[in-house]
Design a protein around this ligand. Structure first.
Ligand code: G3H
Length: 525
């Protein structure tokens, strides 16, 4: 097997510590092996990458206690700390994190099969997200460094933390999406318990020391183990204030239902989607096809924002299918570090079989695979099959495939995709391809009410991270973006006093003495 020197796995990572109460605690109990579906040998064999602790309920509850006592009913060092000091901790963290780029990028490739440019992008985008978050938080702080007076009441309004956050990220962006939850949660003064995803877990190891060294004890707790064993008891305790999860709605529902006090629990959820592309008869086909290729196949379709169904007008569907299929077949499948690779091994060993089931079901119900390589299977991959014509009774229409299979549905009346979108359980984004503004305008006006982002002649995507990322129905709860995430993880809270000499003298004294971190009109430049 020809693996470049710098990407070879020479030593396994035996992650035998976890982070609780500001210390990396050594674990001598049961461990779980982490395999990559990428082979290091000519005869196919999954590669052992290392091991992680299989923590139990006891350790999970210890981590919870650690976060609860760091928050200490709002009296903890972290939630009461000056904004400028919390920012200093975050800056220290990101500086240390940047030194681990190579290790993390290599593990992203091995653990989840993400290609090299996209793995590098995931790391760099995350670093940038942290810096942007710091800047936005400074701006928020500047905006709230003032008093307001209304109807004879003075008020000093800021955003305050919510409490203890349980943070769970997905395998497809194990660094970026998890940190896009964890970083704003922390900077707003919450304390957190974070459990990495099942795939994309060892890449957190190089960052454990940075977490330990940058934040006060108990502010970040990192645990390993099965969700059912560790996350369930944490939720059952009723001590979690925010469930922050990027994943699927079934696990989010199961977890939130375990919490005994539903009004205490705030939710920040990024869930599944079935984003459609709608290709109108006057669309620029070259553009529509290249955007649909990116939308359906980048990272093998394992993105919540991936295009998961293509509605193509019947007047152009034949030409679209021919040219689209050729382009799909031209995509290079190889290991993540290979030049020009677009399709890469799937990290979930049972994914090819699942995709095959979807294909078989669609074929049974009348669809055909229209590209030559579609459905070709190897040990860790199944080549994207373009299925046509897909109808509503097929599983691939209903289920979020989250993998390489592309359903195409012909339509004659625009009401057909609109009806389907309205009936769908999901409502994240849509891609709309066309030119005539008389057709586009009413469509845009309708689509914005069915989803939360209409991508005109472009594939769906989350970025740039300054834009709101959210969804309707089962696709999301709360909004993420650099700006919105700070709001999702905090609540408006304020000090109010009647405008009279007695109170005003106290307020003045509070500010002059700089005794309160909340009542302060100091600016961070
Ligand atoms: O899995 C869903 C991600 O948020 C998608 O992000 O559009 O940047 O790939 P992306």
């Amino acid at each position: 097997m020809n693996i470049p020197q710098q990407y070879q796995i020479k030593d396994t990572i035996n992650q035998d510590t976890y982070l609780v109460e500001g210390a990396l605690i050594t674990w001598r109990g049961e461990t779980s092996e982490i395999y990559s579906t990428i082979s290091s040998t000519i005869d196919y064999r999954p590669t052992l990458l290392g091991t992680i602790p299989t923590l139990g309920k006891k350790e999970a509850l210890k981590a919870l206690d650690s976060a609860v006592s760091a928050y200490n009913k709002g009296q903890g060092l972290w939630p009461t700390m000056k904004v400028v000091d919390r920012i200093a901790c975050m800056e220290k963290f990101v500086e240390q994190m940047k030194t681990k780029r190579e290790e993390v990028v290599k593990l992203l490739m091995w653990e989840i099969g993400k290609n090299l440019p996209d793995s590098e992008k995931e790391f760099d985008r995350t670093v940038e997200y942290i810096y942007d978050t710091i800047e936005d938080y400074k701006q928020m702080d500047r905006n709230s460094a003032k008093f307001e007076k209304n109807s004879g009441v003075n008020a000093h309004i800021r955003r305050g933390p919510l409490g203890v956050v349980l943070c769970l990220g997905p395998y497809n962006y194990p660094l970026n999406e998890t940190f896009a939850l964890l970083i704003p949660a922390l900077i707003m003064g919450n304390t957190a318990i974070f459990k990495p995803a099942k795939h994309g877990v060892l890449l957190i190891s190089p960052l454990l020391e940075a977490f330990r060294d940058s934040f006060p004890k108990g502010v970040v707790n990192i645990i390993y183990g099965r969700g059912r064993t560790v996350a369930a008891p944490i939720m059952q305790s009723g001590k979690v204030d925010v469930l922050a999860l990027i994943g699927n709605s079934k696990s989010a529902n199961a977890l939130q239902n375990q919490h005994p006090k539903s009004n205490r629990l705030r939710l920040v959820l990024g869930l599944e989607a079935k984003n459609p592309a709608i290709v109108l008869p006057d669309a620029d086909l070259d553009l529509a096809i290249s955007e649909c290729i990116a939308g359906t196949t980048s990272f093998n379709g394992q993105r919540c924002t991936a295009l998961k169904v293509l509605y193509v007008h019947e007047a152009i569907v034949e030409e679209f299918n021919t040219r689209f299929s050729e382009k799909v077949d031209a995509l290079k499948f190889a290991n993540p570090w290979e030049d020009g690779v677009k399709l890469t091994p799937l990290p979930e060993p049972d994914k090819p079989a699942y995709i095959q089931d979807l294909i078989d079901d669609a074929i049974d119900k009348g669809a055909k695979i229209i590209n030559k390589k579609g459905g070709h299977t190897t040990e860790n991959y199944i080549f994207p099959a373009v299925l046509y014509p897909v109808s509503k009774n097929m599983r691939v229409y209903e289920e979020e495939q989250f993998g390489p299979v592309i359903p195409v549905i012909p339509f004659s009346d625009i009401e057909e995709p609109l009806e389907d979108m309205a009936a769908s359980n999901y409502g994240q984004q849509v891609s709309l391809f066309g030119k005539d503004v008389k057709t586009l305008a009413p469509l845009i006006d309708t689509l914005v009410n069915l989803v939360c982002r209409v991508n005109l002649n472009s594939s769906c995507q989350r970025g740039p991270d300054v834009y709101p990322f959210t969804g309707r129905k089962d696709s999301a709860v709360a909004t993420l973006s650099v700006h919105d995430a700070l709001r999702s993880f905090s609540i408006r809270t304020f000090v109010a006093s009647k405008d009279n000499d007695y109170n005003n003298a106290i307020l003045k004294d509070l500010m002059d003495s700089k005794a309160s971190n909340f009542v302060s009109t100091d600016y961070i430049l």
